[in-house]
Design a protein around this ligand. Sequence first.
Ligand code: RP5
Length: 163
Amino acid sequence: MQAKVAVIMGSKSDWPTMQGAAEIMDKLQVPYTVEVVSAHRTPDKLMEFGEKAVERGYQVIIGGAGGAAHLPGMVAAKTRLPVLGVPVQSKALSGLDSLLSIVQMPKGVAVGTLAIGTAGAFNAGLLACQMLANHDAELAERLESFRKEQTDTVLGNPDPRED
Ligand code: RP5
């Protein structure tokens, strides 16, 4: 099946975080690809990835990186596709470095920046699904069910002392 979302990340070490995006896309049955494409270690690959993203049929790109996290911004510079950036939690600065590297884009080149870490990765996947659901009624239904299930789970167990 044609992948609609590309999940790229700066290093294999980002995968435990970026798995969150895959988790929700698996649940909502959205096809995606996953690949390490580093802005610093494989810059030519990143440029080519951005240039070819439209012709490869992707509709959204999720980019995760930590530290000097230039990947989402650089891929956004090379494609008109929407790019969602996930700041991976770094060891030295807990991901604040990653967040600031991704969020502060110059006017005219956009990256939608998510929260630091696993919540951000999951929400990037969720947001990609929400974007695609605008033109996919079945996906929209699966999204509505996911949200209802989440709400029902919270409403069904409001006592904080219980698991
Ligand atoms: C970034 O540097 C990656 O996105 C990763 O978060 C960080 C560390 O990479 P490794 O040294 O673990 O490969 O480019």
